[in-house]
Design a protein around this ligand. Structure first.
Ligand code: GLV
Length: 320
């Protein structure tokens, strides 16, 4: 029997799956575990099932010990995992791609509609009991039909958003390290552009790239200045892909028209300059937050951990 440490609360079905085969210690509070306790608890673990709120870095891997075989992240993004440090120690690192594609694309589409149609601002009018009346020019937004969506990072989530946006009448452009499969490009009717051209020509830019040193502040002052003054920026990827201070400045000074953000540079803190901006829609990292999706993510992470402990190939190892 192996020892599995689950570093945060996950759906009970997944814990039960792990417990059916192994000895499991799981943090079960709604707030994240302290680093100190985590470092103690991982000692002797053969597998770690990790959440975004816990860093699986060299220090944690070493605190676990040389018997550690797998770090199974319950997320598609894995910037909390030091993948090279895992590789150096012969530890398999896994993530949960696929199962959260639709949920995250839904949230990106929702942010596009919330931003362009000023929905959060409208809701504030009602809740704050501000005086209002239907009027020909009251709270006008921007139509998205016939407008260009620029997808930065055309992976599974980017493509799922593009499908949704196409159904809403948008045209699709993308920038990506590699060209996408011709069948997908045909289905989406999309064009591939360099990032600069995509920023300069898109009405809505949506970020779907992974976070790494290469994408840190990919969108900063210069990139925001390259965008059109009537355009919108959507981020459901990772906060630090965007320079939040530069974004707040751009929103305040009309350099771009609006932004919809599900992720932030220093979560759970949100840059104070964003908080009073009516043209910023701010939601608390809800991309994969449905019961069905979170359950599927946890079950996939558990399957990854169990496969490695059995000596099998993990279903979704982190590539590279
Ligand atoms: C959520 O942000 C994830 O990466 O799964």
């Amino acid at each position: 029997m192996a020892r599995i440490v689950v570093t945060g609360r996950i759906p009970h079905e997944a814990v039960a799956l792990l417990r059916a085969e192994h000895d499991v210690w799981a943090w079960d509070e709604s707030t994240p575990i302290s680093r100190e306790l985590l470092l103690q608890q991982v000692a002797g673990a053969d597998a770690l099932v990790t959440l975004l709120t816990e860093k699986a870095d060299a220090e944690l891997l070493d605190a676990a010990g040389t018997q550690l075989r797998v770090v199974a992240n319950v997320a598609v993004g894995y910037n909390n995992i030091d993948v090279p440090a895992c590789r150096e120690r012969g530890v398999v690192a896994t993530n949960t791609p696929g199962v959260l594609t639709d949920a995250t694309a839904d949230i990106a589409m929702a942010l596009i509609l919330m931003s362009t149609r000023r929905l959060a601002q409208g809701e504030r009018v009602i809740r704050e009991q501000q005086p209002w009346q239907w009027g020909m020019f009251f709270m006008l937004g921007t139509s998205i039909q016939g407008r260009r969506l620029g997808v930065v990072g055309m992976g599974q989530i980017g493509a799922a958003l593009a499908r949704r946006a196409k159904a809403f009448g948008m045209n699709i452009a993308y920038s990506n390290r590699n060209e996408i499969a011709p069948e997908l490009a045909d289905e989406l009717g999309c064009v591939r552009l360099g990032l600069d051209e995509l920023l300069a020509t898109s009405d809505v830019v949506s970020l779907h790239c992974p976070y790494s040193p290469a994408t840190h502040h990919l969108i900063g002052t210069a990139q925001l200045a390259a965008m059109r003054p009537d355009s919108f920026l959507i981020n459901t990827a990772r906060g630090p892909v965007v320079d939040e201070a530069a974004l707040a400045h751009a929103l305040r000074h009309g350099i771009i028209a609006g932004a919809g953000l599900d992720v932030f540079e220093n979560e759970p803190t949100v840059h104070a300059d964003l908080l009073d901006l009516d043209n910023a829609v701010l939601i608390p990292h809800l991309g994969s937050a449905t019961i069905e999706t979170r359950t599927a993510m946890a079950m996939l992470a558990a399957a990854n951990a169990l496969a490695v402990l059995r000596g099998d190939t993990a279903p979704t190892p982190i590539a590279g």
